[in-house]
Design a protein around this ligand. Sequence first.
Ligand SMILES: [Zn+2]
Length: 250
Amino acid sequence: MFPDPVFPWPNDAEVGLSITFDDARASQLEVALPILDASGIKATFFVMPAPLEQRADNWRAALVAGHEIGNHTVTHPCTRNFSFIGKNALEAYSLDDMEWEILHCNDRVEQCCGVKPVVFAYPCGQTYVGQGAHTRSYVPLIADHFVAARGFPGERHNLPGRCNLHQVFGCPFDCLTFEAVLAMINAAREERGWLVLAGHDAGDGRQRQTVDEKTLRMLCEYATDPRNRVFADTFGNIAESIKKKNRTAE
Ligand SMILES: [Zn+2]
């Protein structure tokens, strides 16, 4: 049977929240981090090594401030149905190719920042290699190497007692108003759930793939007010505590 879905969030909280960003984009350092750091909320950044290495000092400072760096592969392979995908289409990948992606990303993050990622985000949210009868899931490979992994775009919050930690729903965070995010938090609250938000750039939320900085600021203010009973922490920290709780419940 499934473990009890009622999860004991710390500090009398009713809902868990993880804010995550993908691709190590410059606006995350320039716009999102100052807002997060002013509030004390710790976020998770899923990175490819090249943009990480370009701004290594800034990313190291983010780690020192308590944020988490996760693995997002070396070359960001996705389905070739995206026109920006060149040679590294998942349809042409093998499981060995994908293992190279995740191990090399981990090595380069460790060389750059001194920490080895324990969490992963699927590029474009896709979890397979190959095509047709040769399609293979790479979820088992991820489960071998990471505590937890986030998909995209997820439909809803996660139930801590039931969610599949290697296919955690990551809800789109780009271009939302604070009111839209609050509705997601309140839906999660009803089930004592874990809302994982997944964004890309940060700045003007009218731009494509951009978390609105006003929404982020309002969310941080809301989530740090103890009256709102939100427990916000990195994706890895919450995944670890869910893993531990579910292990003791088995
Ligand atoms: Zn990405």
